[in-house]
Write a protein of this length. Structure first.
Lengths: 377, 311
């Protein structure tokens, strides 16, 4: 890399001579690339105006023109190999910019459409009694939108809590078995393999599994919060196992051996030495696993149904969660003729959900750094 | 791992604790195996009525196979569009973060791309439904007008933009972070000496990447793409919200087509009896497809591990 940068700089301090022109040195002058970019933007604007101006066509035309022009220019002046290098460099920069577009667009949309609906009324009211007629009245009178996501928020929190209560012990114990007891035997190999496979189970299949399982026991259409929590556990357990396993593996063996040398039993060594050392990583892994399942929609859809009242009992009756709330508010608006109140509620719920997920992600990073094992002096 | 010599038999106190603890750990591990096995068995039991029912009773009236194959094809089409878009972009982003971005900003940039993975799928679905689909309508109209002779762009274009193509783009955004984060990790593992040797021989940066990085990372890239494929095949909400469903048609810019996951999500809440069994059977088919794809991906990773360990 240093070779290339020094090459670039060697073009600037050209000694004053008859051929002052740095082009003749076989290098593009420094202003060439920005100039090409400016030219491409101008021509791109002109072209897109010809075909009906829009930001998208303008950006596409300019980008394509710039890559072609810069490549041709570089190959003409610096040679074919440098030209190819330039082309791929611009394409790779471009792909990164391209990937940022959806991220920016999603975040902007959620903020723009979600903020107007965000209010204490939205947070602390359920959809109980909010019908199409209410929405029509709201639109006709221009009053604030009634109804909120309190029931869905409660559902999300409860179902995720139960999923965590199921997955964390199972996942952690499995990881302990794999690292401390498994000794790479056939059983631990099988578990590792199937945990990997489990990571790839489509979320809707996990939901179907829980529905089919409880359907066999409790009769068809047994839908309640705990079924959804089981479905989410199927998705959550592999993540917990993986992260816990990684963390237990990096606990130094010397710590275990020191404990054994003092006559401490294995289970107490694991509980008092190994796990406390790894706890920050495990906690952050669990937090990330929660962040992953809290936004799941499909498994909830087939296991917990949909409700418009507050239901805090996961063992009976249907429940709503934020993702299913968003889904139904968009797909089947409360009032089919005036969809705006539903759309507003959906985006406010989306904003709430994204804030929760971001908070969990940040929380995981904080936990990892705050509770990291103390380093030696 | 731990040495057996340290297992003391002198004290009996706590021996029970040892047994209980290792027993529970073992039970948890076995529970996972049982769960996965149960997934297959329960789905099979619940799906059974579909396979023994009179073909005329199945949706469409021509048996389960005639019912399932159009939505299998639809699933594959959606995933294929997603991968065609996400693979080059994802690899480009990974290369940008690993080899082009200044070292100081590379970490935060990786985090930004990981944010894409953190956004819940239903929000992508809502975004595709309300923002992306309307924005794509003019492009679809242009495609129908100018490239309409190609069957996949046959017009008239959808006026809502809720088509297979839109669903594929949303899926591409969702699998992009998977492809990026996995291939970035592989790119960073490229032996530094290979890269420096290429540069020392006068290679340009692109030649260095093409000669040293890509060949080293090829198995990793393939498995990253396969894992992305697994995600795209099983993704539900994006398709359920974005696609306006219908029969299997070749055109990607008209409403129509359907995927397995979306078919289940859209119909399950009202399904009962044989229809329920049908949907569970469809779920079983999806499970099998993703299982095979994921196993191939894991196999490639496992093989790659052995050979990269030697480097």
């Amino acid at each position: 890399m240093s070779v290339m940068t020094s090459n670039k700089h060697s073009a600037t301090p050209t000694p004053p001579s008859r051929k002052r022109n740095s082009l003749s040195k076989g290098k593009l002058p420094r202003w060439a690339v920005p100039a090409t970019a400016a030219g491409a933007i101008i021509i791109g604007a002109a072209l897109s105006t010809l075909t009906g101006f829009s930001v998208a066509t303008f950006a596409i035309y300019s980008a394509v023109l710039f890559v072609i022009a810069a490549t041709v220019l570089t190959s003409a002046v610096e040679g074919k190999r440098q030209g190819r290098n330039a082309m791929w460099t611009y394409l790779i920069y471009g792909s990164f910019l391209l990937a940022l577009i959806p991220l920016a667009s999603v975040l902007y949309t959620v903020l723009e459409k979600g903020l107007p609906g965000m209010s204490s009324h939205f947070l602390f009211t359920s959809m109980n009694g909010v019908t199409g007629a209410v929405d029509n009245q709201t639109v006709a009178d221009g009053t604030p939108v009634l109804g909120g996501a309190y029931h869905a928020l409660m559902g999300t929190l409860l179902i995720t809590l139960w999923a965590t209560v199921i997955s964390v012990p199972v996942g952690m114990l499995t990881a302990i078995y794999l690292v401390e007891y498994g000794k790479n035997g056939p059983l631990s190999k099988a578990i590792t393999f199937f945990v990997d496979v489990m990571t790839g189970i489509p979320s809707i299949v996990a939901g179907l599994f829980a529905a089919a399982f409880f359907g066999l026991i409790l009769g068809p259409n047994a839908r309640m919060g705990i079924v959804a929590a089981v479905a989410l556990s199927v998705l959550m357990i592999p993540t917990v196992v993986r992260s816990t396993e990684e963390m237990l593996k990096i606990v130094p063996n010397e710590l275990r051996e020191a404990a054994y040398a003092l006559g401490v039993r294995r289970w107490r060594t694991i509980l008092k030495v190994v796990i406390p050392t790894a706890i920050s990583g495990i906690a952050s892994g669990v937090t990330l696993a929660i962040a992953r399942v809290i936004g799941e929609t499909a498994p909830i859809l087939v296991t917990a149904g949909i409700a418009s009242q507050i239901n805090t009992n996961v063992f009976a009756n249907w429940m709503s969660t934020l993702p299913t709330f968003i889904y139904y508010q968009i797909l089947t608006p409360t009032s089919p003729t005036n969809i705006d109140p539903s759309v507003q509620r959906a985006w406010a719920a989306a904003l709430l959900l994204i804030l929760m997920v971001m908070a969990l992600n940040l929380g995981a990073r904080l936990i990892a750094s705050l509770f990291a094992p103390k380093k030696g002096r | 791992m731990t040495t057996n010599a340290l297992k003391s038999k002198s004290s009996t106190s706590g021996q029970a604790g040892d047994k209980i603890f290792s027993g529970t750990a073992l039970a948890a591990g076995v529970l996972i195996l049982v769960t996965l096995f149960a997934v297959a068995i329960f789905l099979l039991i619940q799906a059974l009525p579909t396979f023994v029912a009179d073909p005329a009773d199945i949706s469409g009236g021509e048996g389960f196979f005639a019912y399932i194959w159009p939505i299998v094809i639809g699933t594959v089409i959606a995933a294929a569009i997603a991968l065609l878009i996400a693979t080059p972009v994802g690899i480009g982003v990974a290369l940008f973060i690993s080899h082009f971005a200044p070292r100081k900003v590379a970490g935060p940039l990786g985090y930004v791309i990981d944010l894409l993975a953190a956004i819940p799928s239903v929000i992508y679905g809502a975004w595709g439904y309300m923002v992306l689909a309307p924005a794509l309508v003019p492009i679809f109209e242009w495609l129908a007008a100018n490239l309409g002779f190609i069957p996949i762009f046959a017009g008239p274009a959808s006026q809502t933009g809720k088509t297979m193509f839109t669903a594929g783009i949303v899926l591409a955004v969702m699998v992009l972070p998977i492809i990026t984060s996995l291939s970035r990790e592989i790119f960073l593992q490229t032996p530094k000496l290979h890269e420096e040797a290429a540069l020392a021989l006068g290679a340009t940066r692109w030649e260095m990447i093409a000669m040293a990085v890509i060949p080293f990372a090829r198995p990793g890239i393939i498995s990253a793409v396969m894992l992305g494929l697994g995600r795209a095949l099983g993704e539900t909400m994006a398709v359920a919200l974005v696609l306006s469903t219908g029969n299997l048609i070749p055109s990607l810019i008209k409403s129509g087509n359907q995927t397995i996951a979306a078919e289940i999500a859209l119909n399950f809440p009202e399904a009962f009896g044989l229809r329920l069994a049908e949907l569970i059977a469809a779920g079983l088919v999806l499970f099998m497809i993703t299982l095979i794809v994921n196993m191939i991906a894991r196999g490639i990773i496992a093989r790659h591990k052995e050979f990269s360990g030697a480097n």
